[in-house]
Design a protein. Sequence first.
Length: 132
Amino acid sequence: MIKNYTIVMLAMLLSACATVNVPQYFYNEILIINKSRELIQDVKISVSKTGRGFSCGNIAPRGICSNKIPGRPYMKNPIRIAWVFGNTARQTSEFVLEVPATMDPELPLRGVLEISPRGSLSAYFEQGPPKN
C-alpha cells in the first residue's frame, strides 16, 4: 500500500514539474501595410483549421488595410497568406506566427503584415500604438 502511494505521489510530482505555465495571448486587430509603390490586390489570410479568414481587396501604394475585432484567443493555428503584387500572384506556405517572449499577455496583440517595395511579405505581432 505504501509502495503504491509513493508511486502515485512521485507521478504527481513529476507531472507538476513538467507543467509549464504558458501565457494565453489574444489579438484584436489585423493590419496590412503596403510599403511599396504598387497597388496590392486581393490580400487573403486564411486559417485552414478553422475556416476563418480576412481579406482586403485593394491597398493603395503606401496604404494600409486594417480590421479591428473583439479580442480572440491566439491559438497558434497555421495561416496562409496570398496577395497580388503588380500582375503576379504570390502566396506563402502555411506557417505559425510566433509571439515574441517580450509581449505582455495582458495586452492585445496586433497581427501586422508588411508588403515590401519588392512585393515580399513579413509578418509579426506588435502591441501598443501602430508603428507604421
